[in-house]
Design a protein around this ligand. Structure first.
Ligand SMILES: [Zn+2]
Length: 88
């Protein structure tokens, strides 16, 4: 990182407006790309494995885990380790 690059670094609060635009949109029609097999499809087309505390959503083509959403007493958690990208 050069001295000029450090001038461009802000904390996450600076992205609040953009992130609020993204996370307020309809998630089931968003296009999700699988990191494992590169297939693209609607989030609503993923396979859901429901659990008492949340949901595991898997790729319908290769069964890779794309999203895990969990509700706990300490908050809501979203993990998207198997997702290459999400497009709204
Ligand atoms: Zn896949």
């Amino acid at each position: 990182m050069t001295e000029n690059d450090s001038d461009l670094v802000l904390d996450g609060n600076a992205a609040a407006g953009l992130l609020q635009e993204i996370f307020a949109l309809e998630i089931t029609t968003a296009q999700i790309q699988c990191e494992t097999c590169d297939s693209v499809g609607a989030v609503g087309s993923l396979r859901l494995y429901a659990a008492p505390m949340g949901a595991v959503l898997r790729c319908p083509h290769c069964d890779a885990r794309l999203m895990t959403a969990v509700r706990t007493p300490h908050g809501r958690w979203l993990q998207m380790t198997g997702t290459r990208r999400l497009r709204f």
